[in-house]
Ligand binder design. Structure first.
Ligand SMILES: NC(=O)c1ccc[n+]([C@@H]2O[C@H](COP(=O)([O-])OP(=O)(O)OC[C@H]3O[C@@H](n4cnc5c(N)ncnc54)[C@H](OP(=O)(O)O)[C@@H]3O)[C@@H](O)[C@H]2O)c1
Length: 219
C-alpha cells in the first residue's frame, strides 16, 4: 500500500515518512518543489541505511497516488494545499490531518481563531467527502518521530467521523514501535487535541525539553 505525506520535507513530515517506511510501507514524500522532494527522499533513505522505500514527488502527484495521505504542512498553508489536491484524489483515499493551528505571538502560543472549531473540521468541510478526513498525531513531537532508534512510547489519538477510516489509520500507526492508538471520538475531538498540542508546546518551553507527549492510564 502506498502512503503519502503532503509537506513531507519538514520535520514532522520527514519523521512520519521515516516511521511509515520502517513499518514496511511504500512512502511518497510531497513538496511544492520536485528537487526538495527527491532530495528529502534520498536523505531519508540514506538514514534508513540505503533502503529505497521512500520516493519524492510534487504534492499533487503524491495526493493522486496515495491510499492514506498525511497532511504535514503548516496549518496556514494547509487549506490551499488540501483543497487544490482534493478534486484529483481518489474517493477511497483517507486524509490524515496532523496540523495544529497555533499562532506564535511573541512569547505566547495561541490557537488560531477558526469558525469550524478546529483546523481538522475546517479542512474536512472543504473535501468532497468530509468523512474521509481523520485527525491523528497532533500530540506527537516531530523531533522524536525522526529518531528512529527511539520507540515513540506514547498514545496517538485518532478522531474522525468514519469508524472505518479511523480503524484504517489506527492499523497503519499501530505498526510503529511503542505506539498505542486511542480512538478519541468524532472529528470535533480535534478541538481538544489541537489544544493539547498547544499545551505540550508550552510544557516543552517551560521545562526546556522537546519530547513531552501523552499516555492515557487506565485503558
Ligand atoms: N513540530 C511538531 O512537533 C509537530 C507536532 C505535531 C504536529 N505538527 C504539525 O505538523 C505540521 C508540520 O510541522 P513542521 O514543523 O514539519 O512544519 P514546517 O517545517 O514549517 O513545514 C513543513 C513543510 O510544509 C511545506 N510548506 C510550508 N509552507 C507551505 C505552504 N504555505 N503551502 C504548502 N506547503 C508548505 C514545506 O515544504 P516545501 O517547501 O518543500 O513544499 C515545509 O517543508 C504543522 O502543521 C504542525 O503544526 C508539528
Amino acid at each position: 500500500m502506498k502512503l503519502g505525506v503532503l509537506g513531507g520535507t519538514g520535520q514532522e513530515g520527514r519523521g512520519i515518512a521515516l516511521r511509515l517506511a520502517e513499518a514496511g510501507f511504500e512512502v511518497l514524500v510531497g513538496s511544492r518543489s520536485r528537487t526538495r522532494a527527491t532530495g528529502t527522499a534520498s536523505e531519508l533513505n540514506s538514514i534508513r541505511g540505503g533502503k529505497t522505500g521512500i520516493r519524492g514527488a510534487l504534492n499533487l502527484e503524491v495526493a493522486t497516488q496515495s491510499r492514506v495521505l498525511f497532511v504535514a504542512a503548516p496549518f496556514a498553508g494547509a487549506a490551499e494545499l488540501v483543497f487544490s489536491c482534493a478534486p484529483h484524489v481518489a474517493p477511497e483515499t483517507t486524509w490524515v490531518d496532523v496540523t495544529v493551528p497555533v499562532v506564535f505571538d511573541a512569547r505566547r502560543i495561541k490557537m488560531a481563531p477558526l469558525e469550524a472549531g478546529s483546523g481538522s473540521e475546517q479542512l474536512a468541510a472543504g473535501l468532497p467527502d468530509p468523512g474521509a478526513l481523520v485527525a491523528a498525531l497532533k500530540t506527537v513531537p516531530a523531533r522524536l518521530l525522526g529518531e528512529l532508534a527511539v520507540p515513540l512510547d506514547c498514545d496517538v489519538f485518532v478522531c474522525g467521523n468514519s469508524g472505518r477510516r479511523k480503524r484504517e489509520v489506527a492499523r497503519v500507526l499501530s505498526r510503529w514501535p511503542g505506539v498505542r492508538t486511542v480512538d478519541a471520538g468524532q472529528l470535533d475531538a480535534a478541538r481538544t487535541l489541537e489544544r493539547m498540542s498547544a499545551l505540550l508546546i508550552g510544557i516543552n518551553r517551560r521545562y526546556r525539553v522537546h519530547e513531552s507527549r501523552f499516555r492515557v492510564v487506565g485503558l
